[in-house]
Design a protein around this ligand. Structure first.
Ligand SMILES: *Cc1c(COP(=O)(O)O)cnc(C)c1O
Length: 461
């Protein structure tokens, strides 16, 4: 990747969306009213919104122009065929089943393959994937390599699946016990870490040897392919599109949340390489939950923006700028000694709140405290991925069980913010760091049993 200072954004700005920063006093009041939960803030009251990179992309002029060519026919709209062509071109896949989001594609896939008591293997399943597996009383199994969970490791492909462990699982089970392997690229759950081509190829031959289907969770496939180009010398002269073609050739199909690397605000799909029987089974479920096979819960205009976005998402100047910006923010923070997870992944920077606020023990929610402080100090919204998100109360003992890590994620939307916004985010964190002794931590005053971080309320200590 070239140095960030050696190039500028590969686009210019045709339309702007004003954002406002509320004054400090107003922010203090708004966050109290929100019960100190940033999910309860109105988006209008946020200056820089780094809650997620999902569905927050700025579309291009070409995508907006495509939306005017939306064909809203119930069956056989032209935009569906454009989407089909995009998938054949980029992924080499024959069959596409559009859905309203990535999780809807997962629902169809799991309905087809997964039943009670089975194990579904992955490098690290995303939360909605886990949810769909657990809903069927099956078990999600994560086999990411040890380096993938070690924040001190600078392994270039921390999303890799442990191949020995994968073979053990496959060897010691029948297809009725273990029906499916899923590789998530990039690996969202450990910070957008890439998976190597060699790893996917080897996982694919194991899946073939033991006759199990392999699917890719492709939400951030283009970012993954860009990392392969940067980090695997064998691919440095390959185009991202060629890398994508090869990567997808090792799988039987994929699910995708288009809200990530397909550069649109809504949509998803399930795709199959060549298995027509699977495709027809999927369409049966799609018709029940999503809609007819050529629209799957999306408008024709959405399908067109998606088809165009898939192509744009593989353009290398775009990817260099996008991942370059995430890494630029990472460098600004490490230069000031702010502890983040390294190496920085594809879609966000993760602050280690336990190290940043060492005087606040995990029981006093340093991650959530930092997320709140980011809003109070700078109008910035980030998400806690620590005790609130992953901790829980053990029903037997009544004790809180703490996760290994206490992180705050700054997810960077695609093509939305400038490097000056990144500078502002870094400066806000530096400023918080200067006065951190005054920050005391928080406690939960209301919570639900499941997914409490969305609805919990807090009080300052
Ligand atoms: C976002 C995401 C999903 C779910 O997609 P939605 O469009 O949010 O339903 C699945 N897997 C990964 C890796 C994701 O990042």
């Amino acid at each position: 990747m070239r140095n960030r200072e050696m190039y500028a954004e590969p686009y210019r700005i045709k339309m702007i969306e004003p954002i406002k920063i509320r004054d400090r006093e107003t922010r203090e009041k708004l966050i109290v009213d929100a019960g100190y939960n940033v999910f309860n803030l109105k988006a209008e009251d946020v200056y820089i919104d780094l809650l997620t990179d999902s569905g927050t992309t700025a579309m291009s002029a070409n995508q907006w122009a495509g939306m005017m060519l939306g064909d809203e026919s119930y069956a056989g709209c032209r935009n569906f065929f454009n989407l089909q062509d995009a998938l054949k071109d980029i992924m080499g896949y024959q069959y596409v089943v559009p859905t309203h989001q990535g999780r809807a594609a997962e629902n169809i896939l799991m309905s087809m393959f997964v039943g009670e008591g089975q194990r579904v293997i992955g490098n690290m399943h995303f939360d909605t994937t886990e949810g769909h597996i657990r809903m069927r009383k099956a078990f999600p199994v994560n086999l990411v390599i040890d380096e993938g969970l070690d924040t001190a490791s600078d392994h270039p492909f921390k999303g890799n699946i442990n191949l020995e462990a994968l073979e053990e699982e496959l060897k010691n089970s029948t297809p009725a016990e273990l029906p499916l392997v899923i590789i998530t690229v990039t690996c969202n759950s450990n910070g957008g870490q890439p998976v190597a081509m060699d790893n996917i190829r080897a996982a694919s031959s194991l899946a073939k040897k033991y006759k199990r289907p392999l699917f890719i969770d492709a939400a951030r496939y283009a970012e993954n392919c860009y990392f392969i180009k940067q980090r695997d010398p064998h691919y440095s002269n390959h185009s991202v599109k060629d890398i994508a073609r090869e990567m997808f050739s090792y799988a039987d199909g994929c699910t995708m949340s288009s809200k990530k690397d397909a550069l649109v605000n809504i949509g998803g799909f399930l795709a199959f390489r060549d298995n027509e029987e699977w495709y027809e089974r999927a369409v049966q479920i799609q018709i029940c939950y999503e809609g007819f096979r050529t629209y799957g819960g999306l408008a024709g205009r959405d399908l067109e923006a998606l088809a165009r976005g898939l192509h744009e998402g593989t353009e290398e100047d775009y990817l260099e700028d996008r991942i370059g910006q995430v890494h630029y923010l990472g460098r600004l923070l490490t230069a000031e000694g702010i502890p983040i997870v390294l190496p920085v992944g594809g879609h966000g920077v993760f602050i280690d709140a336990l190290q940043f606020l060492p005087h606040i023990p995990q029981s006093k929610l340093p991650g959530q405290t930092l997320a709140v402080e980011l809003y109070r100090a700078g109008g910035i919204r980030a998400i806690e991925l620590g005790t609130c998100a992953f901790g829980y109360i053990d029903q037997a003992t009544g004790q809180e069980v703490y996760p290994q890590q206490e992180l705050v994620r700054l997810a960077i939307p695609r093509r939305v913010y400038s490097d000056r916004h990144m500078r502002y985010v870094a400066d806000t964190l530096i400023e918080i760091g200067r006065h951190k002794e005054a920050i005391k931590g928080m406690k939960i005053i209301y919570q639900t049993e499941l997914m409490r971080h969305f609805t919990a309320r807090f009080a300052l200590l």
